[in-house]
Design a protein. Structure first.
Length: 103
């Protein structure tokens, strides 16, 4: 659990600053504007996808290395499974771009 403190704190700070920065750049009188809401939603989508991807990659990568040490013929399968976890992070950035590009 101690390993998760820094990533979770980073996500909270990212979400907080995504609320403040766009609203203060556009109009200082409101905290959350339309641009701030979009930025916050994109930050949440991207950070959740990347955190999930990192968790999956850590689990699949360590298990793949252990399995490859015992049986070298499973190396390709381990790489493919790790690629699925990496694809989750790519999907997260695509969703964030869709959110920011929506009118």
């Amino acid at each position: 659990m101690n390993r998760l403190v820094i990533p979770i704190a980073s996500l909270v700070l990212l979400g907080f600053f995504s609320l403040l920065t766009p609203a203060s750049a556009v109009d200082g009188s409101q905290l959350i504007g339309e641009l701030g809401s979009k930025t916050f939603a994109a930050a949440i989508a991207f950070s959740a996808a990347v955190a999930s991807s990192a968790f999956g990659l850590a689990r699949a990568g360590s298990a793949g290395l252990a399995a490859t040490a015992e049986r070298p013929e499973v190396r390709t399968t381990a790489i493919i499974i790790s690629a699925f976890a990496e694809a989750l992070g790519i999907y997260g950035i695509v969703v964030a771009f869709f959110i920011l590009g929506a009118s």
